[in-house]
Design a protein around this ligand. Structure first.
Ligand code: IDP
Ligand code: MG
Length: 138
């Protein structure tokens, strides 16, 4: 069993896509092991995306991620890191496979509806950024 962090970004929440995104996870047989809604401060967004601190889009990305509420989830299942990335589609929605969340709903390379961890180590750090072990249901 593997865990990954999923985020429905501010654009996804404001467009009313919470149910749609969670429905796709459930239909794919992915278990939601933890979930909450919160509104990050700019500093919290900077901490979460620290790996991108030298990228030209860092300031805009952290403004966007702190612009409204988000839904953060721990997803659990076999191979769930890769499965979630497949359901999400490519970072750039124009390159995302048809039928993926980003191909269907993203409007911008930045405002691309969802986040998903990309590897076991990043999944561990990203989950710990938002959840204590007590908040994750086994
Ligand atoms: P990922 O979310 O598919 O893992 P990353 O490369 O980790 O993509 O980038 C993190 C987030 O930063 C993306 O989801 C997107 O919101 C934003 N982003 C990535 N590349 C660009 C870009 O070239 N311009 C603007 N925003 C970007
Ligand atoms: Mg990434």
């Amino acid at each position: 069993m593997e865990r990954t962090l999923s985020i429905i970004k501010p654009d996804g929440v404001s467009k009313g896509l919470i149910g749609e995104v969670i429905g796709r996870f459930e239909k794919a047989g992915i278990k939601i092991a933890a979930m909450k809604m919160l509104h990050m401060t700019k500093d919290e967004a900077k901490g979460f995306y620290a790996v991108h601190k030298d990228k030209p889009f860092f300031d805009s990305l952290t403004d966007f991620m702190s612009s409204g509420p988000i839904v953060v989830m721990v997803l659990e299942g076999e191979n769930v890191i890769k499965k979630n990335r497949e359901l999400m589609g490519a970072t750039n929605y124009k390159e995302a496979e048809p039928g993926t969340i980003r191909a269907d709903f993203a409007t911008d390379i930045e405002k691309n509806v969802v986040h998903g961890s990309d590897a076991p180590e990043t999944a561990r750090t990203e989950i710990a950024y938002f959840f204590s072990e007590l908040e994750i249901c086994d």
